[in-house]
Each structure stands twice: as structure tokens, then as C-alpha cells.
Design a protein around this ligand. Structure first.
Ligand code: 5AD
Ligand code: FES
Length: 357
């Protein structure tokens, strides 16, 4: 049998070739040694491609109604303790107006799967934003829809879509979701979105109940097949009003390790340092950036609804105005050694695969 490479050799191989065997990935994921060399290698690649730039996306959480019942999520339909809200078109446009003033050029409209927002309503919202902000990217994150709906939103002016696959293992998917949902459909949605021409974001939770290291490797393999533009990961965080209330949170260390592995496997990917990461550790988002992430997504939702969009407990940034959140992140990004850029830019000059970010 071939002898297993040492950790440093694994990191070097991953950095040079962008890939490892399953066995090698497993060794890297399970290693108990310190990860500073891994972070260093990931940061080197991120700086080669993206310099010290960090991109911002303004998140507008416009509805916490959801017809689904995912076992991990605080806004699942059977959580009767959730106080529900919806924002209308004017509320959303007001968030965009403030966001634009603060320098945001990407708006992310995220919500539960809420049938109140018919395709017609979504298209109306999207086309209003498109008309007012022709220079901005519009990202939707509203779950699984028929391909024709995705196409209609695209034609109305949406150009990006975020849909985490959550886990690429059938059995694990079945332990996180009721039988009404399927991994097959979720994957199909992602391929449909790509086919229509969206820039696509996917990803998974780290440390979700029943997750194994093999599941994580399957997540990485699925992402290699999908080749998304953005990859969002964050630790699983418990919520008391879910069937998973008793399960532990995912770990900071494992999330950071995976961010670095993702950066080395996908040098060009947009990788957010997520709110969930900032929630499990006060320095989580800074550490995420240092491990290879290059996007932050401050909250643009009206303060009055922020606490209600409660996917998990103790979510940060729920008391701050958009401008405060923006300022806070600017300082945090700088303290980590990076720089927020607001215009829609390109990857570092001289890079073969220059791509709009
Ligand atoms: N902990 C962490 N992340 C969660 N999400 C949903 N519930 C939780 C939780 N309890 C993530 C899912 C979803 C994204 C919007 O938030 O990955 O895709
Ligand atoms: Fe929202 Fe710090 S990023 S308050």
C-alpha cells in the first residue's frame, strides 16, 4: 500500500493540483495538527487570484414564511413559535435604495419557500429593482422552483441564484429533511439554474447532525461536478424550536479547515465568510477571511424584522441598522488584512480566467 503523505505534503499537493484523493482528503479533514499552514496556502492562492479584495453582498431577508419543514431550520413551517413576516415590493426597494447609497452593487433577496410570492410577484419585484439599478446584480435565494419559474425570474432581470445543496449524500439528506424533499430534485434545480445562465451559489452546513467525514468528501465531489461560482458554508447552529434542538453546533475549526480546502480546490470561487461563522465565534468572519474566504454579506433587512429571520439561535447583526453593519464589517475586514471593494470588479489582472465578481 502507498504510504500516506504527511500533512504538509497534502497541503502542497492540494495547492499545486487543486485536488486530492478521497483518502488524502479524509486524512486532511481528520488531522488533529494545527491548520496554520493550510490557512497560509489558501490565503496565498486567494491573494494571487483576488488580491486583498473582499466583495460585499447586501442581504435582504424578505419573508420568513416557509412551506418546508427542514429539521435544522428555525423558520420551518411547523415551528409555531416563529413570528412570521413578509416585506412587500416597496419595503424591498427601500432596502435596495439604502444599500445602493452604502455602496452595495449586489442585492441578495433571500426568503423561505413562501407561496405567497407567486412567480408574477417575484418577477415584478425583480424587474422593479432591475429598472432602478441597471448596474447591480440581483441574486435570488428562494429555494426549489420549477425550471420555468427560474427562467421567468432570469428574464425579469435576476442573474444569480443561491441554493445550498446542504448535503450531497442521499441518506444524510433524508436525515435532515422530511420525505417530501429530495436531494435529486435539489441537484436538478442547481443544474437547471446553471443551464438557464445564472451564476450559481451552492454549499452546505458543517457539523450538521449525522454528518460524517465521508459526507463532507461527497460534498466536495459534488461541488467539483457542479462548478458553482459561489460556495457558501457555515457551521450548523442549533435552534430550540426544531427536532434537532439537542444537537451540538458545528465547529469553528472544521469550518475554517473546509474554507481553506475549498479555496485550494476552487481558486476562483467566491467564498463568503458567513454570518453563521460570525455567530459561533466573535472573530469567526475575520478568521474565515484569513482561511481563504473573499465575500461578506451584511444585512440590509429592516431592523424591525431582523430577529424574526431566525434560522438558528443567537444570530448576530440583528440590532444594527444597515449602515452600522456595513461600517462594522468594513472595520472587521480591514482588521483581518483585507479591503472591501464596492464596484463590480474583476479578478486580478493577468489571471487567465478573469470573471466578473
Ligand atoms: N444552522 C446553520 N445554518 C442553517 N441554515 C439553515 N438552518 C441553519 C442552522 N440551524 C442554512 C442552510 C440554508 C441557509 C440559508 O442557512 O444551509 O441553506
Ligand atoms: Fe453587522 Fe457587525 S456586521 S453589526
Amino acid at each position: 500500500m502507498k504510504k500516506m503523505l504527511k500533512k504538509l505534503d497534502l497541503i502542497q499537493k492540494l495547492a499545486e493540483s487543486g485536488n486530492l484523493t478521497d483518502c488524502e482528503l479524509k486524512a486532511l479533514l481528520q488531522s488533529e495538527d494545527d491548520d496554520s499552514q493550510l490557512f497560509k496556502a489558501a490565503d496565498k492562492v486567494r491573494r494571487e487570484v483576488y488580491s486583498d479584495e473582499v466583495y460585499i453582498r447586501g442581504l435582504i431577508e424578505f419573508t420568513n414564511y416557509c412551506k418546508n419543514n427542514c429539521y435544522y431550520c428555525g423558520i420551518r413551517c411547523s415551528n409555531k413559535n416563529a413570528v412570521r413576516y413578509r416585506l412587500d415590493r416597496e419595503d424591498i426597494l427601500e432596502c435596495c435604495r439604502e444599500g445602493y447609497r452604502l455602496g452595495f452593487r449586489t442585492f441578495v433577496l433571500q426568503g423561505g419557500e413562501d407561496p405567497y410570492y407567486t412567480d408574477e410577484i417575484i418577477c415584478d419585484i425583480v424587474s422593479s429593482i432591475r429598472e432602478l439599478y441597471p448596474d447591480c446584480a440581483i441574486t435570488l435565494s428562494i429555494g426549489e422552483k420549477p425550471k420555468a419559474s427560474y427562467k421567468a425570474y432570469f428574464d425579469a432581470g435576476a442573474n444569480r441564484y443561491l441554493l445550498r445543496h446542504e448535503t450531497a449524500n442521499e441518506e444524510h439528506y433524508g436525515k435532515l429533511h422530511p420525505a417530501s424533499m429530495s436531494l435529486k430534485n435539489r441537484k436538478q434545480c442547481l443544474y437547471n439554474l446553471k443551464d438557464i445562465g445564472y451564476q450559481v451559489g451552492s454549499g452546505f452546513m458543517v457539523g450538521s447532525p449525522y454528518q460524517t467525514v465521508d459526507n463532507l468528501i461527497q460534498d466536495l465531489r459534488f461541488l467539483q461536478d457542479l462548478q458553482p461560482d459561489m460556495i457558501g458554508i457555515g457551521p450548523y447552529i442549533t435552534h430550540k424550536d426544531t427536532p434537532f434542538a439537542e444537537y451540538e453546533n458545528g465547529s469553528l475549526a472544521m469550518t475554517l479547515r473546509l474554507i481553506s480546502i475549498l479555496r485550494l480546490m476552487f481558486p476562483y470561487a467566491l467564498i463568503p465568510s458567513t454570518t453563521a461563522l460570525g455567530t459561533i465565534d466573535t472573530q469567526g468572519r475575520e478568521l474565515g477571511l484569513k482561511a481563504g474566504a473573499n465575500v461578506v454579506m451584511p444585512n440590509l433587512s429592516p431592523v424591525k424584522v431582523r430577529k424574526l429571520y431566525s434560522l438558528y439561535e443567537n444570530k448576530i447583526c440583528t440590532g444594527e441598522e444597515a449602515a452600522q453593519c456595513r461600517g462594522c464589517l468594513e472595520r472587521r475586514v480591514e482588521s483581518a488584512g483585507y479591503r472591501i471593494v464596492t464596484a463590480i470588479g474583476n479578478v486580478k489582472k493577468g489571471c487567465k480566467k478573469a470573471k466578473t465578481v
